[in-house]
Design a protein around this ligand. Structure first.
Ligand code: 5GP
Ligand code: ZN
Length: 119
């Protein structure tokens, strides 16, 4: 598994920088966003360093499928309300024009009662 020693989210995934853990397995780490936009706001990342969705290839199909499949379980666990009255938003900012600030692939999961703090 590849890591970038200068990458913030690689350091978080490896426990070198503290975070509030939501979920962890051999390939995936999820943790609360430090500046939440919504009552529930956590990030899911692969433990391997992938800079963004732009670098995703066929070899990542199972990993991305696993991440997306985990979303409903973790969203409800963290306090999102059930579909359809509740629900959540999944966002992956990609590149400068996509608004990406941290260049390690991550999925934002946001939810909880409206209004949200942002968006
Ligand atoms: P992006 O703009 O790249 O899609 O989102 C990066 C997200 O990472 C932002 O929502 C930001 O609040 C969050 N973030 C940045 N640094 C840290 C950190 O050190 N810890 C945690 N938990 N979240 C962070
Ligand atoms: Zn990284």
């Amino acid at each position: 598994m590849t890591h970038d020693p200068h990458c913030l989210f690689c350091k978080i995934a490896q426990g070198q920088i503290p975070s509030r853990k939501v979920y962890e397995d051999d390939q995936i780490y999820a943790f609360h966003d430090i500046h939440p936009w919504a009552p529930v706001h956590f990030l899911m990342i692969p433990k391997a360093h992938i800079p963004s969705l732009a670098q995703v290839e066929g070899q990542h199909e199972a990993l991305l499928g696993r991440m997306m499949t985990l979303v409903p379980k973790l969203a409800l666990q963290e306090g999102c309300n059930p579909y359809p009255e509740g629900g959540w938003r999944v966002v992956t900012n990609t590149g400068a024009e996509g608004g990406q600030e941290v260049h390690h692939l991550h999925i934002h999961v946001m939810g909880g009662p409206r209004p949200w703090f942002k968006g």
